[in-house]
Design a protein around this ligand. Sequence first.
Ligand SMILES: Cc1cc2nc3c(=O)[nH]c(=O)nc-3n(C[C@H](O)[C@H](O)[C@H](O)COP(=O)(O)O)c2cc1C
Length: 194
Amino acid sequence: MQFPEEALERLKKLLERAKKSDLPEPTAMTLATSDRQGNPMARTVLLKDVDEQGVVFYTNLNSRKGRQLSDNPKAAICFYWPPLSEQVLIEGNVTPVTDEEADAYWASRARESQIGGWASRQSETLPHRFALLRRVISRTARFGTAPVPRPEFWSGFRVDPHRIEFWSNRPSRLHDRVCYEVMEGNWTKRRLFP
Ligand SMILES: Cc1cc2nc3c(=O)[nH]c(=O)nc-3n(C[C@H](O)[C@H](O)[C@H](O)COP(=O)(O)O)c2cc1C
């Protein structure tokens, strides 16, 4: 479901405030996925796009998260910005971004990051660090001065939200929580006890 406009605007404003703060990675978010047995796993990724369709991040499709998302295309996201004392939680179904979107983002990455993307077999066992450097050298030589194409194992996912919650710190732990949730096909808005 498309983000409710009000919620999208609030999220965008928080991201703008986070970017103006001294946080080193204001777009970092915790991404939780789960395997076929329902075992949850979480890690940090960077938000790369947000609009009414959802939030987008990029990764290696063969990584642990990539494989989990192909088995079980659902995710939960948590942003927490300590200088803002604000948290945002998003839950939704996950769909792959289009090849055009992934190509456009790939093209915006630094060449070194593109080579790194080719060299990393993300989440597989690395016998020793030199094995990674050897792969970087071999990919650097392979592409020479030519543009580095996007690997077919590297792309992005969009979390299409069905729940978004804003948590704001308040004195005496009487925090403010506003939750937008799809119920019977429609967005609802309600407050939650802290
Ligand atoms: C600040 C930060 C940003 C990160 N951003 C990304 C990202 O955008 N994409 C990504 O695949 N991994 C990113 N990582 C690495 C992941 O946290 C994780 O180690 C990696 O994706 C492998 O996860 P997996 O084995 O669960 O698939 C980031 C890590 C940190 C600490």
